[in-house]
Design a protein around this ligand. Structure first.
Ligand SMILES: [Fe+2]
Length: 228
């Protein structure tokens, strides 16, 4: 069984916040889901991903519809002093991972790909800067910047490997940031890239906490120096 078949129509146009709600409304046969809480969001996502053919516009709509409320997500928001953290919120019955990423002041990711998965990212607190890069064409070549975007409170953005690589950073020196990420299908390894040389290396991604509970120190410290 194909874990997650996503519509081809959802392509380069996704990098904006506009969703054709009328089209989506008609596609669903009338009636758009209401999302009033993180619990509602998870429930709706589980329903969407129960099918083998997932409507990606609907996933985007659901992520966008949820209005961040810290009371919903504070139990997952576990910060580390030195690096950003990945905190599992829901495993989507094996079809996707939903996680809260906590970015301290000045924390940023390495430049990375998304292991052929689809990635939705929603701001729950603060703002982040996303810088996109083209895939390196040859070894030893510096990565070329192809886009730059600020993600503000409640914004949603999307990326997959066909849209390039990216780095995400909390550029604020005074405020932490929290973002909610959905990866479909889930993955535990991706590639990270050296900006100057384009050199690629494999990186294992780990969780700092799962379902609101911190993992033991060994697991936390086993993470690679630069993961996504
Ligand atoms: Fe990413």
């Amino acid at each position: 069984m194909e874990v997650c078949k996503l519509k081809d129509t959802y392509n380069n146009n996704i990098d904006h916040d506009e969703i054709d709600e009328l089209k989506l409304y008609k596609h669903l046969g009338g009636g758009l889901p209401t999302v009033n809480s993180l619990t509602d969001l998870i429930q709706e996502l589980n329903a969407v991903f129960a099918s083998d053919s997932v409507n990606v516009e609907l996933v985007h709509y659901l992520m966008k519809s949820y209005k961040s409320n810290p009371l919903d997500w504070k139990k997952y928001a576990k910060f580390d002093r030195y690096r950003y953290t990945r905190n599992l919120v829901d495993n989507g019955n094996g079809k996707y991972n939903l996680m809260a990423l906590c970015w301290g002041e000045g924390h940023g990711s390495a430049i990375h790909d998304h292991a052929n998965s689809h990635c939705f990212m929603k701001m729950l607190k603060g703002s982040l800067e996303e810088v996109r890069f083209a895939w390196p064409k040859s070894e030893g070549e510096e990565l070329q910047v192809i886009g730059r975007k600020r993600l503000n409170f409640n914004d949603v953005c999307y990326i997959n490997d066909s849209l390039g690589l990216h780095r995400v950073e909390n550029t604020s020196h005074v405020e932490g940031a929290v973002s909610l990420h959905l990866y479909c299908p889930p993955y535990s390894q991706c590639s990270v890239f050296n900006q100057t040389t384009g050199q690629r290396s494999v990186c294992t991604v780990t969780f700092w906490s799962m379902y609101g509970k911190k993992r033991n120190r060994d697991i936390q410290e086993s993470r690679a120096p630069e993961d996504n």
